[in-house]
Write a protein that binds this ligand. Structure first.
Ligand code: HEC
Length: 159
């Protein structure tokens, strides 16, 4: 009798683990995709002048840029047409333009707001974190569930 009970509770325990795995996996897949799209766009268009940490190249390091600039809308406008933003007399645009000795940033009118969101997503999720997620996906594919939970714990609580 009690054997059946124990069996049932083990079974429901297993189901809840499976369910949690499914949830976290789904979550990881969606954001990993955006990060990858953003990374590609960044490498093609921005990496010659910008890093995603706080070190300067031709332009400022872009870590934490969303908190520095006036608004999200400002970022869209700046990235699509920075000379236009400077010419409009915008205070922040002119401040950074002068700080960087008036070196001009290219215009990216072909980028959509969604493209820019993906680039920002990549900037906000620098590679170590991203690699961790990929590694977790691999572990699940290889059914190394214990290690997967170890890494999940690490990424949730120790970062
Ligand atoms: C040719 C070099 C160059 C390229 C390519 C370039 N930038 Fe810039 N960027 C600059 C410079 C220089 C500045 C500083 C302002 C100025 O001088 O116009 C800047 C400033 C910025 C700022 C404001 C940063 C801050 O700290 O407020 C953002 C955001 C930005 N760039 C995003 C991008 C993105 C996204 C891309 C790619 C789609 C890109 N840049 C491509 C040169 C570049």
């Amino acid at each position: 009798m009690s054997n059946t009970k124990a069996y049932r509770s083990t079974k429901s325990w297993l189901y809840s683990i499976l369910f949690l795995t499914f949830l976290t996996l789904n979550f990881n897949t969606v954001s990993a995709q955006d990060v990858e799209v953003g990374q590609k766009l960044f490498k093609q268009n921005c990496a010659t002048c910008h890093r995603i940490d706080d070190k300067k190249l031709t332009g400022p390091g872009l870590a934490g840029v969303e908190e520095r600039v006036p608004s999200k809308e400002w970022l869209y406008e700046w990235i699509k047409d920075s000379p236009g933003k400077i010419a409009s007399g915008d205070a922040y645009a002119n401040k950074i333009f002068n700080e960087y000795k008036k070196s001009a940033m290219s215009q990216f009118q072909f980028l959509s707001n969604e493209d820019i969101d993906n680039i920002l997503h990549y900037i906000n999720n620098p590679p170590p974190h991203h690699h961790l997620k990929m590694e977790m996906k691999l572990l699940v594919r290889r059914r190394k569930i214990t290690q997967y939970y170890g890494l999940l714990f690490y990424s949730l609580f120790l970062q």
